[in-house]
Design a protein around this ligand. Structure first.
Ligand SMILES: [Mg+2]
Length: 89
């Protein structure tokens, strides 16, 4: 799966301003209710705002994403091993 985000310029936003944007988009997502098209649109607004938040914090988003994927791959592997053993730890 690939998700493509617009390379917005966040240089004019402070960390608190971008965090407010994240919260604003989360509220819009909540307000979308059961309108699935609106939910999808607002979900991507949340994702875009969260990535912008990381950028304003100075996080290397590509590196953080790579580490996130590696973490999920490790967890997914552990889940498969647990299922084979029939135990949950
Ligand atoms: Mg929105």
């Amino acid at each position: 799966m690939k998700i493509k985000l617009h390379p917005l310029d966040y240089s004019g936003y402070s960390v608190p301003e971008q965090l407010c944007k994240v919260l604003e988009e989360l509220k819009e997502l909540e307000m979308a209710g059961s309108n699935i098209e609106q939910v999808a649109e607002e979900t991507f607004d949340v994702i875009q705002a969260l990535v912008g938040y990381l950028i304003t914090l100075g996080v290397d988003v590509e590196d953080a994403n790579k580490k996130h994927i590696e973490k999920l791959e490790r967890r997914h592997g552990r889940v498969q091993e647990t299922e084979k053993q029939g135990t949950i730890s």
